[in-house]
Design a protein around this ligand. Sequence first.
Ligand code: SAM
Length: 336
Amino acid sequence: MDALAAYPRIRFMGSKHRLAPRLAEIFATLPPGPAIDAFSGSGVVAYTLKAGGRETHANDHLTFTTTLAEALVANEDETLTAEDVEKLCSPSLDGRDFIAATFTGLYFPDVDHAFLDAAWSHVDELQGAKRALALSALCLAAAWKQPRGVFTVTTPRYDDGRRQLHMPLEDLFKEAVTRCNAAVMPGLASATCGDVFACDPGQAAIAYLDPPYAPPRDDTCYVKRYHFLEGLATYWRGQEIMWETRTRKLVKRHTPFGSKRTVRDALDRLFDHFSAPQALVVSYGSNADLDAAELQALLSRHRRNVRRIEIPHRYAFGTHGTAARRLATEYVFVGM
Ligand SMILES: C[S@@+](CC[C@H](N)C(=O)[O-])C[C@H]1O[C@@H](n2cnc3c(N)ncnc32)[C@H](O)[C@@H]1O
């Protein structure tokens, strides 16, 4: 499906960007009708559902991911014009300096922080899809310029040689706007920011569920990795910064899917919550505390027919152009 190639790439933990064409094939075999992507993350799967001709709803409990979905999935026809971009890149309307004052010496050079502060003074003048597009492009630019796209480190230990690491954020923002504008496509869609259990299954024929799965070690905390993007999408309004942290982290967002202790019960409640859609499509990666057979058994308590599809998936790891490629298995369960 050509439309999928238009979706801007963001390094997001658990992104299904590479799997999207295969997911599109699976969705095409399922009953027609509206679809929900209840953990939309980068937004690429919701976009895939929309490109497949379904009315689509995207939901996620983070603001920056919802902003991506508002700009690139829910948005049918708005784009940022050359004049919009010129304005967003012009001097600050009010001299605000929250980002410069809070993050000096951390992620980006001063000139980039000043650009973000000034750009936000113009974002505050925008509404609706244009505002979401401007914020998405700012978030994409910041993610592209950060080694590995995560904000857990402040020193560029992983300079992978990408040209983006050395480009001014303003230039990356302009590139990101071009990518975002090109992804906008017609079609009915919506986006909400909220907990999955507050997401109404409505009239959906299919629900795509891609929750974080507690891994055996480490964690799946999105706020720890992407706090800067979550802050940037809100100008840190309503966010609680942990001032004692060197990286200026935000307070963690609790999710029952992230802990080994609560993930099984959470999944059980999740499948119960989405009992109305005719089909549930559940993604599962191999690095989880819960194994695939256990997930299949859980889903089988709620659905008579559960099909397991294995997708061999190559992903790069390491930090150099010569990075090794490792084969992992991604599973997709289809419950009817
Ligand atoms: C594995 S990622 C989804 C990746 C997505 N399918 C993609 O292709 O980019 C899981 C997402 O679930 C969201 N999330 C975690 N707990 C949630 C909850 N309780 N309610 C809603 N969203 C949640 C996270 O913010 C994250 O974006």
